[in-house]
Design a protein. Structure first.
Length: 332
């Protein structure tokens, strides 16, 4: 796999400051994702990796210089169930770091925000360094997922997937996110080889799933009652469930493996999953959302119609043409 060459000036961290070209935007519109290699500064990636290890309690069984100790699942003595710094099973999620100045300047850098702005137009919501981290108000409903949109003033956080060791292989299973946002980004802060737990996306699934939603940005939720467990917070339409089944059986996902500094943008209705990690090294990535200050107004508008009407004029006017060369670089 070659690296996508981008021309342009570099900042002092060596990050290319080029904007997205028209072909990349066309590809995003058509497929709902876009890999952008080398978008984050390596020195900053290294700093965030160091912060992850500094956040581990002293005397933990898992150690930075011992790869065998990093094979999942977490030992019971290293487990933590606080949603802001979760360590359980094969997942190590540090959401406190999502509001650290280091993570915010990494994933919401001038360069990455400029690219997000090209796609979204409008006025980007601004993250607040040292603000409230995701998970501050607990789960979306009892036993449910942590809501990325509740009490989160920064990025989602640093999400790691430990190597599966001898865990049995599992099939890929896609989903969409239920909270309102417009554009997601996953940035690798360390090298992530193939089959190493990289984010997986189902190309073009945003086009298939968009018509199945009852609301433009939200996921309908109903109250959760322990004695009436038939509904668990979120209700999907039969059309949505049918499309997800078809995506799982018919579409080969694209795995966003790569090198430290690589990012992938993804559309909020794109089917995706956290990849399984069948390698010997931990997957380490920063996850963050973008949305514009108009989202609260947009979410009240009809769910159907032109799915791109809230996006930048450049995206709206884009075609869906791109070269085979770009498709190959995007692993399509
Ligand atoms: Fe998700």
């Amino acid at each position: 796999m070659g690296r996508i060459r981008r021309q342009g000036t570099r900042d002092i961290q060596g990050v290319v400051l080029t904007m997205l070209n028209q072909e990349q935007i066309n590809f995003f519109k058509s497929n709902g994702y876009l890999l952008v290699p080398g978008a984050m500064a390596l020195t900053q990636c290294r700093k965030v990796r160091e912060l992850m290890w500094q956040a581990m309690p002293k005397g933990s069984a898992m150690q930075v210089d011992d790869l065998v100790s990093q094979i999942g699942p977490f030992k019971s003595e290293d487990e933590a169930l606080d949603a802001r710094h979760l360590r359980v099973g094969y997942r190590w999620l540090n959401r406190f770091l999502g509001v650290s100045p280091e993570v915010i300047s990494l994933i919401y850098s001038e360069s990455i925000c400029a690219m997000a702005q090209q796609l979204l137009g409008g006025q980007l919501r601004q993250a607040v360094a040292n603000g409230l981290p995701m998970g501050s108000y607990g789960n979306a409903w009892p036993g449910g997922p942590t809501d990325p949109a509740t009490g989160n003033e920064g990025a989602r956080g640093v999400y790691c997937t430990l190597p599966y060791g001898n865990k049995a292989k599992e099939p890929d299973q896609c989903h969409t996110d239920g909270h309102p946002f417009q554009l997601g980004v996953v940035g690798l802060i360390d090298d992530c080889p193939q089959d190493g737990g990289g984010f997986k996306v189902w190309p073009g699934s945003h086009n298939k799933l968009y018509p199945t939603f009852a609301l433009r940005y939200d996921q309908p939720r109903i109250p959760y009652y322990e004695h009436l467990p038939g509904y668990k917070g979120i209700v999907h339409s039969p059309e949505y469930l049918h499309e997800v089944d078809k995506l799982n059986s018919d579409v080969t996902p694209v795995e966003c493996w790569g090198e430290a500094g690589d990012i992938v943008f993804w559309h909020h209705r794109l089917a995706h999953m956290a990849g399984h990690n069948y390698t010997n090294s931990m997957r380490q990535a920063v996850l963050a959302d973008f949305w514009t200050t108009n989202l609260d107004q947009f979410r009240t508008t009809p769910a159907q119609g032109d799915m791109w009407r809230d996006w930048s004029e450049q995206v709206q006017l884009s075609s869906t043409d791109y070269s085979d060369e770009l498709a190959a670089l995007q692993r399509l």
